[in-house]
Design a binder for this molecule. Structure first.
Ligand code: NI
Length: 175
């Protein structure tokens, strides 16, 4: 059990394409457990390994269907093999501080991958859960939700963040 440090934009690891997991070692089991702890502590709806500084294709998601309250899903090497429809959803991200924006995504996805024991799994997700899967899988491809909004909105956020970080730095220096 460990809560890991979450990498924040503009950390370059968030821009990298993560590598596939070829063997599910004890280290991967531990990473998955730590990612679940970190997601719950934050709290967040999902977390991808690059967000905790590991450029590997593994995501954890807090399942919220009626049968699965309090269950965390771990998916290794997840892939979206089908997507349908579209919806607009207000997204935020543990790696993007103080910002949320509406993003258009598929309303339904079919995700294929491996569970933590290496068994092939397929998960159908709809609505909010479909959004979470797409958001987390984007992380594995070096894409943040702010890459899916207008460049004008993104620029406004970038400037605001720059200012905030500068202020923080200044305050740290003065104290
Ligand atoms: Ni995120």
């Amino acid at each position: 059990m460990a809560v890991l440090k979450i990498c924040k934009y503009p950390d370059p690891i968030l821009k990298q394409e993560a590598g596939p997991i070829v063997e599910i070692t004890d280290d991967i089991h531990k990473l998955a457990e730590d990612m679940i702890d970190t997601m719950r502590e934050a709290p967040g709806a999902g977390l991808a390994a690059p967000q905790v500084g590991q450029s590997l294709r593994i995501i954890v998601i807090e399942a919220s269907t009626a049968e699965e309250v309090g269950q965390a899903l771990v998916v290794i090497n997840p892939e979206i093999i089908r997507s349908d429809g579209s919806l607009v959803y207000e997204e935020g991200c543990l790696s993007v501080i103080d910002y949320s924006a509406k993003v258009t995504r598929a309303n339904q996805v079919l995700v294929r991958g491996l569970d933590i024991d290496g068994n092939p799994i397929e998960i159908e997700a709809e609505g909010r859960m479909a959004v979470v899967f797409q958001h987390e899988i984007d992380h594995l491809n070096g894409i943040l939700f702010i890459d899916r909004i207008s460049s004008l909105k993104r620029e406004i956020y970038r400037r605001r963040l720059k200012k905030a970080l500068k202020k923080e730095e200044q305050e740290a220096r003065e104290s």
